[in-house]
Every structure is written in C-alpha cells, then in structure tokens.
Design a protein around this ligand. Structure first.
Ligand code: ATP
Ligand code: MG
Length: 397
C-alpha cells in the first residue's frame, strides 16, 4: 500500500503574514533532510504536511530524517485512504496486517479536520472500534490500550491511518530566524548553544579560534567534526577557522597572566563580530553559562561584551552543566566534545585568572596592543570551510 509520512508543525504564533515564508522554509528543509530516501512528492494542507513515498521506500528511514528538522512537532508513517468509511475500515485492517502488530486491546482515535464530514469523530471511532474488535477478536480499551489506531480525516476525499506517531524536535525551521555567528570551541557547551539557536530558526555560522602552530591542530579537527555534526540540523554550515596564535603572542607579551583569558575572549569577540559583519549575521552566540568558570562571572561577561556592538546571545546562560551535558548527548556532539584537545584558551594562563575584571581595567591592559590591526589580520587569515550535507557522511566514517 502507498505510504506517506505525515508531519505536523508548530502552529501557535505562526499565523499571519510570515506563515507562507515559514512553510516554504519548513518544506525546503524537509526535502533536504529526506533527500535520497525515496520521497517523491510533498503536499501541504492546513497544519499538516505530507511526504509521499515512492514504492519500496522505507517510512521509518524517512521519519528518522524528519526528526532532525526543526519546526516538526509530530510525525507519523501513515497509510492513505479515501474518506469513505468502508475504505477507512479496509485501510485500518491493511495497516494492522502490514505492521504485524500483535495486541490484545486497542482504541481508535479519530479526528476530522473537515467538520462537514457526515460522522463526528466519536462516531467514526465507534464504528471503526466495533469493526476492528470483530475482525481481530481483541477488546477496546479507551484508557490503557496496547495499541492506538489513529484516523485523521483530512477532507471529504482523504483520510490517513497511522499507529505510532513520534514527537519531533519542535522549534522553528532553520532559515526563518536570521543569521547568527556562534563561537565554537572544542568543548561541550558551545555546540549545544549553536544547536539551540538553530532550533529557534537561526542559520548559524560557526567560528573557531585555534592556536596552531603554538598548539597542535587537535581543536581545529574537533571543530570541523562538531561542525559536521551540527550541520545535520541546518544542512549547510559555514565554519571559520581563525588562526589565533599571533593575537595570543601579543597578549602574552603585554598582559599580566591573570588577565590573559579575558583578553583572549575580548579579541575572539571582536574578530567574530568582524566576520559576522562580513556575513551579514546579526548577533554573536556563545556557550557560556553563568559562573561555570572564572571567565564566566557576570563582571567578566560584561567586560567581554563591552568590545562589541552586536548583541551577544548566550542560550545556555541559565543552565547547569548537567543539563548541558544531557543535551549534548541527545544531539550527538558529546562524544566529540570530550575528546582531548589543546584549547587555545589554556595556553599561557595561570591557575587562577581574574574573576572580576572591569572594562576599564581591560582597556588599560590592552593599551599597548594594536587592537584593530590584530583583529583585522586574524579575520583576514580565517580559513572558510563550507560544510554541505551531501559531502558529509556523519557516523559513516
Ligand atoms: P565550551 O564547552 O563551549 O568550551 P566552556 O564552559 O569551556 O565552554 P569557556 O572555555 O570559558 O567555556 O568558553 C566560553 C565560550 O567562549 C565558549 O562557549 C565559546 O562560545 C567561546 N570560546 C571559547 N574558546 C573558543 C575557541 N577556541 N573558539 C571559539 N570560541 C571559543
Ligand atoms: Mg571551553
């Protein structure tokens, strides 16, 4: 039987003028995510999208891809039927046979989007419930059924039957929220921060600072790998790899050790803002969470932000480490993040950096530095990696 994967999206707050744009983005992202899985057509009606599968395509495989598309609230691998009750009955039986589900109790959950349909949802459920009970010798259990058979009557012509809807990631389609530039270290937090901005619809460019050749290239390799993993959620990613050693050499020569981390961060921000401008990105994103380490006290956050005009978004600011770790595990970045690397911020810094640096103090320490020149040279030296889905075999390496 012909199979279709149904997709429900987030409706609240998306009505109005932006709706067509939102939907176009969502459909384009669904097409990208399911490329190569046998989707031969896409339709859209009310708050539902349907992916029509070619014969032989695996609905489960399509559903797996759909689950990484932001904006998807629910997805189900469905059987298509006409809206005529007798055919819905036949489709339900076919679905039960094809799925080979064994169950001793069930319920029918019917829903009609078309209110002019001659039967109410309850009547449809009753009719089908009686029919399935008689045909299968099982019993109806409305409160704790072993199996729920869903029947959605979409219009006077079309209905769908499905068994196991799964929840999607929610959020908004990538591309609807504008472009941001996320500072990506090799650590656990910043990939999660980038992910969370994607989930709110942003297209996220990434920038990683590395100290090669002062340090080995391990953090750079991790950043590329993290970029590839994150690209699963936005399909195209622009990753900047910025050589930071030169800036660090100057900072080390000028700043007392306790100030170096804050100064590294201020330069990272400046360079990231410069690159963001070149990409017409509108905000910077970091993985900081308040108080987690010495450089992330409120005072230091203020001192770091003081050098840029763009808003700095910190989606993890109020999260605990444990919450961030579990999210990193869920999105698949954790195993890469914990690989050992030589992080540029650990170079030539003391055990106890300043925890309460003020912007004025930082400016004084920076007086001997050619800030503009250094930041421009670093931005110009950035290596640009364009990560595209078709070229990346995540998990297949
Ligand atoms: P993470 O796990 O993201 O490394 P962290 O808790 O280790 O975070 P820091 O090392 O203090 O925190 O870094 C704070 C933020 O600064 C990071 O989340 C990231 O956004 C940015 N950052 C730090 N180092 C780099 C780097 N080498 N390249 C790009 N951004 C960086
Ligand atoms: Mg870090």
């Amino acid at each position: 039987m012909n199979r279709e994967v149904l997709v429900r999206y987030h409706e609240v707050g998306l009505k109005g003028q932006n709706m067509p744009y939102f939907l176009d983005c969502l459909v384009a992202n669904l097409r990208r995510a399911t490329r190569g899985t046998g989707v031969q057509g896409v339709w859209q009606r009310q708050s539902q999208i349907g992916l029509v599968l070619s014969p032989g395509a695996s609905p489960a495989a399509v559903q797996r891809e759909v689950q990484r598309v932001f904006g998807v609230v629910k997805t189900a691998a469905a059987w298509r039927s006409s809206a005529e009750l007798e055919e819905i009955k036949r489709t339900v039986i076919a679905a039960l046979e094809e799925s080979r589900r064994s169950f001793s109790s069930f319920r029918i959950t019917a829903n009609r989007a078309d209110k002019s349909y001659p039967l109410t949802s309850l009547e449809v459920s009753r009719e089908l419930g009686t029919f399935v009970r008689e045909r299968t010798g099982t019993r109806v259990d409305l409160t704790r059924p072993e199996l729920t058979v869903y029947v959605d009557i979409l219009s006077s012509k079309t209905a769908f039957v499905y068994l196991d809807p799964v929840v999607g990631p929610g959020g908004l389609p990538v591309g609807t929220g504008g472009r941001v530039m996320a500072l990506l270290s090799g650590g656990i937090d910043s990939p999660v921060a980038a992910y969370r901005m994607m989930k709110r619809g942003c297209q996220v460019d990434l920038v990683h600072f590395h100290s090669f050749p002062l340090a080995d290239g391990s953090s750079r390799e991790k950043a590329v790998e993290l970029g590839e993993l994150l690209n699963r959620y936005q399909f195209h990613t622009c990753l900047y790899l910025v050589p930071f050693a030169e800036v660090q050499r100057h900072i080390i020569a000028t700043a007392p050790p306790p100030y170096r981390v804050v100064l590294y961060r201020r330069f990272m921000m400046r360079i990231a803002e410069e690159l963001a401008r070149r990409r017409a990105a509108k905000a910077l994103v970091t993985g900081e969470s308040l108080g987690q380490v010495a450089s992330q006290t409120l005072e230091n956050v203020v001192t770091i932000d003081a050098v840029v005009e763009m808003p700095v978004l910190r989606p993890l600011i109020g999260m605990d480490k444990a919450e961030i770790v579990s999210q990193a595990e869920a999105i698949g970045t954790y195993p890469v993040s914990i690989l050992p690397d030589q992080d540029c911020c650990s170079l030539f810094v003391p055990q106890h950096p300043v925890t309460r640096c003020t912007p004025e103090r930082a400016e004084r320490v920076e007086q001997g530095l050619a800030v503009e020149e250094l930041l421009r040279a670093a931005a110009d030296a950035a290596e640009i990696r364009n990560i595209d889905e078709a070229e990346v075999q995540v998990g297949g390496r």
